[in-house]
Ligand binder design. Structure first.
Ligand code: COA
Length: 363
């Protein structure tokens, strides 16, 4: 049998932080409210593009796998926030890496994009059409935050995570998966006009998240529960057989509700939302990298993952880890830091959404 083992991993968390206290200087909110409702303490905001964050995470993943860029057959980027639609961002990453033999495409299923991408690339490796792929999730979602909407602007952060998957005869990698899309649920989570609509011809394009938090919350729990039941059945496993659960990081209360439904102790759950908030397509690979760095993943472990996002798309999967939990190498790829504060970085966005934050700027 042919499998698609994860052999490399890497992440990029931008250096600038927007804490809940920072946020309370811009909108009518508080650290106490945000943390108690969502589990979020802070989020990273990026001064570099989705493509550059993805490239940095990919360089680290390649080094961890001990591979050169030319060893890669395919680059798949999962993202909702590419700078441009055509050409795709995966081809930008391919050129930055110098992965001259790789095919390149993007997948957009919102927060589930990385998991959908892992599905596609795993199936291609297992079918034998490719041997090695880079699967990346990267989002610069801070630019879509509407500072007039206190109910959603605190939820998201920027970042990137990547894995390398390689053909292997060892039973490992994504062994079972379920992806789905809940009918009639497109309206509750949207970035209207983010794409080729007539409004792109006007100068005054506002990309502002439409968001029905409680509706999404309920659908997310149901969609992920159903997907998890499906993959456990496919593998003939129960929740007790799972060693670690890495869910999409959208809200700690969604994660806790899911864990309770599954009868799954929180000690076995990877929680990263307090550090990163919801980084959309990057959330699961970021949490996976953290779990590896913290020594929470051991060889042969059975890892459950579950995710949801706009669409509403859902998914769950069972990943069996291989033999290696240490990176083979370390990448020294880097970018220059931003010279300024997080408020300076977001200054144009504050102006765009009509928030007076001039007093917070350092320049
Ligand atoms: C967003 C979310 C945290 C809100 O939690 P909630 O318990 O549903 O809160 P509500 O929307 O009911 O708001 C409760 C009150 O807090 C207020 N409120 C909303 N945002 C606030 C903020 N940032 N600070 C302070 N108060 C706020 C509301 O105005 C409301 O006040 P009211 O009772 O006087 O009307 C929660 O619904 C959620 O996480 N949803 C899913 C997350 C998600 O979809 N992520 C993206 C998908 S991948």
């Amino acid at each position: 049998m042919r499998y698609a083992q994860i052999t490399g991993w890497g992440k990029y968390a931008p250096p600038l932080l927007m804490t809940n206290d920072d946020m309370a200087k811009i909108v009518d909110t508080s650290d106490e409210w945000i943390f108690s409702r969502s589990g979020i303490r802070q989020r990273h905001y990026s001064h570099i593009s989705t493509g550059d964050m993805a490239w940095l995470a990919a360089e680290k993943a390649l080094a961890a796998a001990g591979l050169d860029a030319d060893d890669i057959d395919l680059i798949v980027l999962g993202s909702t926030t590419p700078e441009e639609i055509c050409p795709n961002t995966a081809s930008y990453i391919m050129n930055k890496l110098g992965a001259s033999k790789a095919a390149a495409f993007d997948i957009n299923s919102a927060c589930t994009s990385w998991f959908y991408a892992l599905n596609a690339a795993t199936d291609m490796v297992r079918a034998g059409s490719i041997n090695r792929a880079l699967v990346i999730g990267s989002e610069r979602i801070s630019l879509a935050m509407d500072w007039q909407k206190r109910e959603s602007c605190f939820l998201f952060g920027d970042g990137a995570g990547a894995v390398v998957i390689e053909a292997s005869e060892q039973e490992s990698g994504l062994l079972a998966s379920k992806i789905s899309c809940i009918p009639d649920s497109r309206e509750c989570l949207r970035l209207p006009d983010w794409g080729m609509t007539p409004t792109h011809l006007t100068d005054n394009l506002f990309i502002s998240l439409d968001f029905e938090g409680q509706e999404i919350f309920k659908s997310a729990v149901k969609g992920m529960s159903d997907a998890i039941t499906d993959v456990l059945e496919k593998q003939n496993l129960s929740a007790d057989d799972i060693d670690l659960f890495i869910p999409h990081q959208a809200n700690i209360r969604i994660i806790q509700t899911l864990a309770k439904r599954l009868n799954f102790p929180m000690e076995k759950v990877v929680v990263a939302i307090h550090k990163y908030a919801n980084t959309s397509a990057a959330s699961i690979p970021l949490a996976l990298c953290d779990a590896l760095e913290e020594g929470r993943i051991v060889p042969g472990m059975k890892i459950l993952t579950a995710t949801f996002g706009a669409g509403l798309t859902c998914g769950a999967g069972i990943i069996q880890w291989g033999d290696r939990v240490e990176p083979l190498g370390v990448s020294d790829a880097s970018v220059a830091d931003y010279e300024g504060t997080v408020f300076d970085l977001m200054a144009d966005s504050f102006v765009h959404y009509g928030v007076d934050a001039k007093h917070l700027l350092s320049k």
